[in-house]
Design a binder for this molecule. Structure first.
Ligand SMILES: [Zn+2]
Length: 113
């Protein structure tokens, strides 16, 4: 999947992928008690684990994905867009929506002295 030039150029696509995988795993954990018969305690455990995994995955993405130039949290910005398709919005961005800088890390080792 292509996450757009902003995330590609700043090498942050893995954070989005990690969030997707984490949320998918959380959904699976939530679904486990639906397909197997457990006691109430085990069902609650799976449900709780799933909720925590989803929460942690989303927090990592929202806190971790940011502009290397100004530190703006792109996921927060995307989440507050009027469009519900925040991934699409993020993919369309060519430059940082906050500082308008090109999405190139400041510690670019290829252009160093
Ligand atoms: Zn920025």
């Amino acid at each position: 999947m292509n996450y757009g030039p902003l995330l590609e150029q700043t090498h942050q696509t893995w954070k989005v992928r990690a969030m997707m995988i984490g949320v998918s795993a959380a959904v699976l954990l939530e679904a486990v008690p639906l397909f197997f018969t457990f006691g109430k305690g085990a069902a609650l455990l799976f449900s709780g684990l799933g909720a925590w995994m989803a929460l942690i995955s989303v927090v990592i993405a929202f806190v971790g994905i940011k502009c290397p130039g100004c530190g703006s949290h792109w996921m927060w910005r995307a989440a507050f867009q009027p469009s519900p398709n925040w991934v699409g919005w993020l993919r369309r961005q060519q430059v940082c929506p906050a500082c308008k800088q090109l999405a190139v890390p400041s510690n670019n080792r290829w252009s160093g002295p």
